[in-house]
Design a protein around this ligand. Structure first.
Ligand SMILES: O=C(O)CCC(=O)C(=O)O
Length: 241
């Protein structure tokens, strides 16, 4: 994450709202939330656990699995999130993706902060995508559309049933069409994204599994409910929950 220069002029309130918490690009690197070897060791355990069934997706592992409960509380990650959205943070959702080599697993263009149940306030919520293995052009890293958060939340459509384990994604259309910008990330590092940033990922053409965990963090008041259901929040720090 670039540090603001002490001589840089302050951004106007409008720019802060339009650009969001991560500046004009809408995303930033999360350098080394853990050591690469530690991340790869965790990935090896996940591969061993899920290789038999070739499981591709685990929903909300932070609600049940010790390793994920610990991961969403890693100090380096929590500090970065708190720097962006304040001292009180909770996890609203996690989504583990295992891309097995050579298997078709495309994630279409989408935004993380909106679905049928809720809309996240982009100034009181942030996505952290953390890599447990190296993610690059070959293995299926994220691709983002820089600045797309400035367009706000876009209409989305639930894709046709494809039988994909990840379920039917809430895809959004990118106009004009673009290939986006690849964001390669080494194991143990990650990406912080505005909840409105449009992103996707391609299938893994490499030799080993590509594993990443998407974490949505919110601050108090950061969720607008759209269907009346109560979000399930796991407080990490602070009060107001
Ligand atoms: O891990 C991936 O490749 C994509 C995950 C993602 O975009 C998400 O969970 O929102």
């Amino acid at each position: 994450m670039p540090e603001p220069s002490p001589t840089a002029p302050a951004r106007s309130v409008n720019a802060v709202v339009d650009d969001g918490l991560l500046g004009p690009a809408g995303y930033g690197q999360l350098h080394r939330w853990t050591a690469p070897a530690t991340a790869r060791a965790r990935a090896a355990e996940l591969v061993a656990a899920h290789r038999g069934a070739l499981r591709e997706v685990v929903r909300n592992p932070h609600a049940e699995e010790d390793w994920a409960q610990a991961l969403v509380r890693v100090p380096r990650l929590v500090n970065e999130v708190q720097r962006l959205i304040g001292a009180s943070i909770a996890v609203e959702n996690t989504f583990l993706v295992v891309k097995w080599p050579g298997r078709d697993f495309e994630v279409p263009w989408h935004q993380d902060g909106i679905n049928d149940r809720l809309e996240l306030d982009p100034l009181r919520a942030v996505t952290a995508w953390v890599a447990l293995t190296d993610a690059d052009l070959t293995t299926g890293c994220l691709h983002v559309v820089p600045g797309s958060q400035q367009g706000g939340y876009l209409p989305y459509e639930r894709e046709f049933a494809t039988g994909a384990a990840r379920g039917r994604a809430l895809g959004t259309r990118v106009s004009p069409p673009t290939r986006g910008v690849p964001v390669p990330v080494a194991a143990g590092s990650g990406v912080l994204m505005d909840t409105r940033l449009v992103h996707r990922s391609h299938s893994n053409q490499g030799d080993g599994a590509r594993i990443g965990l998407n974490i949505r963090y919110v601050a108090p008041g950061g969720i607008r409910r759209r269907d009346g259901s109560n979000p399930s929040l796991h407080p990490i720090s602070g009060s107001g929950w």
